[in-house]
Design a protein around this ligand. Sequence first.
Ligand code: NAG
Ligand code: NAG
Ligand code: NAG
Length: 433
Amino acid sequence: MKFALSLGILLICEFAITSGKDENKTFHATNEWQEINDGQGVPAGLHIRINLQTGKKEAKLLSDEEDEAKDHHRNEGALTNVGGNVYGTNLKETTNNNLENSNTLSPESLKKIKENFKTYNELKESYKELQQKFQTDAELITGLIAEYKNLSREERDHSLSLQEKIKVQLRILEDLDYLVHQIDNALWFIDMGGLEQIILPLVVNETNINLRVKAVRVLGALTHNNPKAQIKAFEKNVGSHLAQILLSSTNTEELSSALYAFGSLLRKFPLALQRILSTSGTQALIAVLEKECELKVKAKSLTLISDVIVEKKLVLSNYADSDNPLAAAQYAELNLAEWLKSNAFCETVDVLVSSKLYELLDQPDLVEYFITGLESSIEICQSVWSKNPQLRHTLLTIKNRYMYVQDEFRLEIAQQIERLIKDLYNSINHEEL
Ligand SMILES: *[C@@H]1O[C@H](CO)[C@@H](O)[C@H](O)[C@H]1NC(C)=O
Ligand SMILES: *[C@@H]1O[C@H](CO)[C@@H](O)[C@H](O)[C@H]1NC(C)=O
Ligand SMILES: *[C@@H]1O[C@H](CO)[C@@H](O)[C@H](O)[C@H]1NC(C)=O
């Protein structure tokens, strides 16, 4: 479980790299991770990490709480990553190899990174105990779960305020989000009870929206391209919890992360598709198309529906040479057309696209999602859509607007719309087009 691929080091940097007086060269930190360019000076007191794959350094601001934190507890939290990812047995060597093999580094920045490693080595000295505690990602995850569980007790003991507790919870979730992208890590986290003890209670019952959103995102990371984790999450009824969020929320962040998690759970998992989309799942996805929320969230929802339709088509079209006839049979039983129709999918998309014309004109990237979604569901919805002059008017307006601009992206979309219009209306009203 070595962390060879990804981001390696996370620590609180107490030192500054100052090079040059040029104001231009100073790194301007924000709350997001940003790459530090060669020769940029970095102010003291930032989170710094090194992407072991690219060899590039990244930095972001400490949160207020971390900034003020001088007590051991929080420093320990920040350093567990160092212990886990960098200072396991032989890890110093691994790290150096990675750095030397990397051809993205100038000698100058390599030197700088090596200087930094002296500092890491000093940290290493002072946190020997932690290194022994966290040799692997698995131990790191176990530690994070234990730390999380401790929080409730500390809150009960009044050694931690609710605000402080939430901040630590968010930090733990962020670390987990990053760790569980790896398949083995995700399975370990689930085996250690992380899903039931941390994620589900937050997803289902938490009132703080930041915590809820973060937990849903971890859920998405856990199940993304991870069939075993998908099965375990499915068994815990995660699908209907996510459907519930999609039905009730109007928050962009929350809807986006729920759609991400929903897609991760369902993709390439015909049993879950069958169970979840035949019940509340389809309704939930279509509800997103109808509710008051940002158009980009609606585009995501339509894209997920469209992906499932395409996935089914692909599996069935490969049926003959499929090495998994059972899966093909399962896909054959997905009655997507019926589920979508009984939830007024075609009418909803029709109204949505027709009524959002002017918003869409300015956002060709969203238009592309919508047109692709329309294309994938044309067989299901043709009888509804082809009868509506308003939809055709909208499509033609966007097409005409995009057809005559010096912008290849818009031009491509115009051509895509042209094909769609042909498919939709050709058999009905050939001449009018
Ligand atoms: C940054 O550098 C460029 C070119 O070297 C210069 O034109 C610009 O004014 C500088 N900006 C600042 C904020 O110093
Ligand atoms: C949990 O709390 C106990 C007692 O306060 C402490 O000894 C232990 O180190 C804590 N564990 C973690 C992982 O924070
Ligand atoms: C949510 O809260 C209810 C009521 O307190 C509880 O019965 C249920 O087990 C909780 N759900 C989860 C997943 O923690």
